[in-house]
Design a protein around this ligand. Structure first.
Ligand SMILES: Nc1nc2c([nH]c(=O)n2[C@H]2C[C@H](O)[C@@H](COP(=O)(O)OP(=O)(O)OP(=O)(O)O)O2)c(=O)[nH]1
Length: 148
């Protein structure tokens, strides 16, 4: 288990990209590949930091590995935590508006450009807080962040 000697659970650090399409501000969601916890759930693309890696470097690597695109700069917008049975995760959310390359689902995922409220289900519960902030920012009712 991912547990320290004192018994406290260690955080798993995760870099997540909120890709925002220029022409209509749509958000990119993709499905989790088979073999991972919550396979088939919709999420924002990203993944775990490797040892010694910055959030930006991890996000650039993950988006290239998963989607085949190359991002320029990424700055952390929000940091959230979620306690899953499989891991206690700390999610570093970055908004990304520019990238190079064509989308290629390299892990067999599905992808969809979405407006709020999302019309894909199920969505990873760890993504909920950020959907609330995105809805607020867009002047939408709280119900636009619903993933139930
Ligand atoms: N990518 C992503 N992960 C999320 C979101 N919300 C959320 O709770 N998570 C959690 C689920 C996972 O526990 C963790 C991401 O880990 P992962 O297993 O997908 O990462 P990875 O691609 O590096 O996995 P691995 O195969 O290398 O082990 O973050 C989200 O919107 N996007």
């Amino acid at each position: 288990m991912n547990t320290s000697p004192t018994g406290t659970r260690k955080h798993t650090e995760v870099a997540v990209g909120i890709l925002i399409r220029a022409q209509d501000d749509a958000l990119l969601l993709s499905t989790r590949p088979e073999g991972k916890p919550y396979a088939g759930y919709w999420e924002f693309p990203g993944g775990k930091l490797e040892a010694g890696e910055t959030v930006e470097a991890a996000l650039r690597r993950e988006l290239h590995e998963e989607l085949g695109i190359t991002i320029a700069d990424a700055e952390v917008w929000k940091v959230t935590e979620h306690d899953y049975p499989h891991a206690l995760v700390r999610l570093h959310w970055c908004r990304v508006r520019q990238w190079d390359g064509e989308f290629e689902m390299r892990e067999g995922q599905a992808m969809r450009w979405q407006q709020l409220p999302l019309d894909v289900r199920p969505v990873l519960p760890g993504a909920q807080p950020v959907l609330v902030w995105l809805a607020e920012e867009r002047g939408l009712a709280a119900s636009a962040a619903s993933i139930d």
